[in-house]
Design a protein around this ligand. Structure first.
Ligand code: MSP
Length: 614
């Protein structure tokens, strides 16, 4: 019987710079799910890649004085390198500049055109280069993109439109009937946005040479999203990959749900192609303090820099265990170090080291089989499998770690070094249960920590990778152990702090005239509300005497609203306004932070709101 197929995708990324931790996060999540299905014995196809016909890519190449394709060619190796270093087991890396992809798109749009689903009109509206998306006046916040906070550009030109409105009802039905979007609240959000109506979609541009031409009107280039979304089906357009469509899961973050639900499903319905089964939406990785990562805030995490200090599996484990899939999560070095030291070094690493050293000592490194299952039955298979099928990877990992703790407790309770002196029969049972549990753990962690899984299996003398069917008691043979050393070693707080401090010292000094540019003021918090789209942020209304203003602050995990209300704080009053997750912020409050603690600054004694700080 042919194996069950499983097709999983990541978004294809704009190659407008090197990959960052967010890109890598999506790929780690996707990789873990793909590996899990391989472990189940399914025939898995995992695709990722780059979305190259974006205007911002063309702009960057121009700024560098390079031909756009030549520029993109220099960026792709960075993506491939990062994915390799993070052990992302993709099967296909698609580039939208690939000839077969281009041909596929042209055939698709031509089909829609021939059947009357694409028509010529005039586009008048706004465009954000950040997300390469069209906006109406109503969508913008103070003339700026609701997602990027940057000014949208107006343009009007002759363009082709896709009759997306025609598919509105079918899309709604499909989403509802199949629970297409996970988590559910994201689905509710899209469905409620669809209640405002779905308009036809502008799908071509004439102001650029970069892109795929419409086959019947070459001066028009296909709008980048209309060329990017079909990567998922162009990947499987020919044998032997045909069997993988429809995709089982498209993994994305919440910034591009509309594109992957309304636009993509309408396109497929129009083309008469079967629809994908699930859209899995994860959250955003924010910088420390819960703010969006950005170059200007200096809080961008470089995924490759991280690997200079932390093992790849520690980073993978941390991201998957720390952030409940679906929620936004702030990246914190402190939390990463904590999980590494307490759960990987003291938990899993310790279990491995203790078990192996005892097998070495009491059995000269040879496993001795024993029939009594005492430990592995303590693993909650049902809960683990349920978490995996609900994409709750953090809960699945928590089940494994709970079992690791049980194993460590089993050592402490059974005191094998005492058994070695007076109860050899019992020692055989305990040691086999420990060694076989390590084998079980090595299978269970493979989707999340593939390198560690391999190390454990090697250390247990296992000759080949085992799948989930083997994750049951008693299958470890009388193997001879192999030395692999410690799985993880402790990373000292001092070590990373020291590195951080050195960095601070290298910051350049600034002239007083630069400092003078800052308009620092005392402000009083007169209203505190939760940010509607970000669970780490508050929207604060401030009074500066006669002036009132709104700022967005990442204080939600540190203060309750009542601890902030009526407090006097210090703000930077003349910071360029920005939009944080759709809400305008007109300044920034000053706070001090160390590790995970954050406190806001306040005047030492009472002083009127609006007072200037100098
Ligand atoms: N090119 C489009 C996608 C086309 S798919 C047919 C695009 N590219 S992107 O480079 O902007 O990537 C967006 C995706 O990158 C997000 O949906 C998410 O998967 C990932 N992330 C980007 N920043 C992220 C974080 N800070 N945190 C988590 N994921 C992030 O949109």
């Amino acid at each position: 019987m042919p194996k069950k197929t499983f097709y999983i995708t990541t978004p294809i990324y704009y190659p407008s710079g090197k990959p960052h931790i967010g890109t890598v996060y999506t790929n780690i999540v996707t990789d873990s799910i793909a590996r899990w299905h391989k472990l189940l014995g399914e025939d898995v196809f995992f695709s990722t890649g780059t979305d190259e016909h974006a205007q911002k890519v063309e702009k960057e190449a121009k700024e560098k004085g390079l031909d756009t394709k030549a520029y993109v060619d220099t960026i792709i190796p960075h993506f491939k390198d990062a994915f390799k270093k993070y052990n992302i087991s993709y099967d296909k890396f698609v580039r939208t500049t690939d000839e077969d992809h281009k041909k596929y798109c042209q055939k698709l749009v031509k089909k829609l055109y021939d059947q009357g689903d694409i028509y010529k009109g005039k586009y008048e509206g706004w465009y954000c280069n950040g997300c390469e998306t069209y906006y109406t006046e109503k969508d913008l916040v103070d003339g700026k993109c609701p997602l990027h906070g940057t000014k949208a550009t107006w343009f009007e030109e002759e363009a082709y439109f896709f009759k997306m409105s025609k598919y509105e009802k079918k899309v709604i039905d499909y989403i509802k009937k199949n629970n297409y979007i996970t988590p559910k609240y994201r689905q509710e959000f899209i469905l409620s946005r669809m209640k405002d109506g779905v308009r036809d979609l502008c799908i071509s541009r004439t102001n650029s040479e970069w892109g795929i031409s419409l086959p019947w009107d070459h001066k028009h280039k296909i709008w980048v999203w209309f060329d990017a979304l079909p990567n998922y089906t162009s990947n499987t357009a020919s044998s032997p990959w045909k069997k993988f469509w429809p995709a089982n899961v498209h993994v994305i973050a919440h910034d591009i749900i509309w594109h992957h639900s309304v636009i993509w499903l309408s396109m497929l319905l129009a083309a008469g192609i079967e629809l994908p089964k699930k859209l899995l939406v994860h959250g955003f990785i924010m910088g420390e303090g819960g703010l969006k990562m950005s170059k200007s805030l200096g809080n961008v995490i470089d995924p490759l820099e991280l690997l200079k200090k932390y093992p790849v599996d520690s980073v993978r484990y941390f991201l998957l265990r720390e952030i409940p899939l679906g929620s936004d999560g702030a990246f914190s070095y402190h939390a990463l170090r904590e999980r590494h030291n307490s759960e990987l070094v003291n938990g899993l690493g310790n279990l491995h080291a203790r078990t192996l050293s005892m097998v070495e000592k009491y059995y000269s490194g040879k496993i001795v089989k024993s029939p009594k299952n005492e430990l592995p039955k303590k693993f909650n298979y049902a809960k683990f499998e349920e978490s995996m099928s609900n994409f709750e990877l953090h809960n699945a990992l928590s089940e494994i770690m709970h079992f690791v703790n049980e194993c460590n407790k089993y050592i402490n309770d059974n005191v094998p070094w005492e058994l070695a002196k007076n109860n050899k029969k019992r020692l055989d049972i305990v040691m086999y249960n420990l060694a076989d549990s390590l084998r079980l753990i090595s299978i269970l962690i493979e989707p999340f920590m593939p390198e560690t899984s391999e190390n454990i299996q090697k250390s247990l003398g296992m000759k080949k990778k085992e799948d989930y069917k083997k994750a049951k008691f008693g299958l470890l043979g009388n193997n001879k152990l192999e030395k692999v050393g410690y799985l993880f070693t402790r990373i000292d707080e001092g070590e990373t702090m020291q590195k951080k401090e050195t960095k601070v010292e290298t910051k350049p000094v600034i002239p007083f005239t630069d400092f003078e540019k800052l308009d620092l003021r005392v402000a009083k918090i007169i209203k505190v509300e939760n940010h509607p789209n970000a669970d780490k942020l508050y929207v604060l209304q401030l009074s500066l005497g006669s002036e009132k203003k709104q700022i967005v602050a990442g204080l939600r995990s540190h203060y309750k609203p009542e601890q902030l209300l009526n407090k006097k704080i210090i703000i930077i009053n003349n910071l360029q306004p920005t939009v944080l997750r759709g809400v305008e912020s007109n300044g920034m409050l000053l706070a001090a932070s160390k590790d995970q603690k954050v406190v806001f600054l306040t005047p030492e004694s009472d002083i009127p709101e609006g007072a200037k700080i100098s």
